[in-house]
Write a protein that binds this ligand. Structure first.
Ligand SMILES: [Fe+2]
Length: 198
């Protein structure tokens, strides 16, 4: 499946690791700071992320004024912390979202999701059992370069928990090496399969 077009290298992993570190150190975009999304209800969202998934609510800002319109319509801005210090953020802004008739349709598990890394299969299994315990349905997908479970939070946001595997580092090294070539390949495939696409 996902590893099908991998031109696998035989360079020692320490060398690949040093190459990846050099590339990452030269990147001025550091890491995920936060991912923000609307929520239907702040407390319902807190229960899901803090009580069920174990991500502490570290900040709940109550803002009195809509920063876009200047209207005195208060809203809350929540931050749930990950182990690396980054956050998942949510806005609870009932009037605005009601006026906009805001919604996020559940189309499929990949359309819009936030992927959160866990250290290993044992941790992912513990999450599966925890989701089972809370009656939350999930889908397992083995991407071969990582293993994942997908589920929905109460707002319709798709959340993925994933862990890397032994091949992950080498796979991403080799795919970075081949990215330009792979992109050219995709654009040809795209043109063949979707001739009417813009
Ligand atoms: Fe993903």
């Amino acid at each position: 499946m996902s590893l099908a077009l991998w031109d696998k290298s035989d360079t020692p992993i320490q060398t690949l690791r040093a190459q990846a570190r050099a590339r990452q150190n030269s990147n001025h975009v550091l890491k995920l700071h936060h991912h923000a999304y609307r929520c239907d209800n702040a407390e319902e969202t807190r229960k899901f992320y803090e009580d069920i998934l174990g991500m502490p609510l570290v900040c709940a800002i109550v803002e009195p004024v809509d920063p876009i319109t200047g209207a005195e319509t208060p809203y809350a801005h929540l931050y749930f912390e990950l182990s690396d210090g980054s956050w998942l953020a949510f806005f609870d802004f009932p009037k605005k979202y009601a006026d906009l008739n805001a919604s996020f349709e559940n189309t499929d598990v990949w359309t819009h999701h936030i992927a959160l890394e866990v250290p290993d299969e044992a941790t992912l299994q513990a999450h599966r059992e925890n989701l089972d315990k809370h009656g939350i349905e999930y889908m397992d997908i083995d991407h071969e370069y990582c293993k994942s479970v997908y589920f929905y939070d109460p707002n319709g946001l798709c959340v993925e928990f994933t862990h890397n595997v032994d091949e992950t580092e080498r796979y991403f090294h080799d795919k970075a090496r081949d990215a330009k070539k792979d992109m050219e390949h995709w654009m040809k495939v795209r043109a063949e399969h979707y001739p009417d696409a813009s």
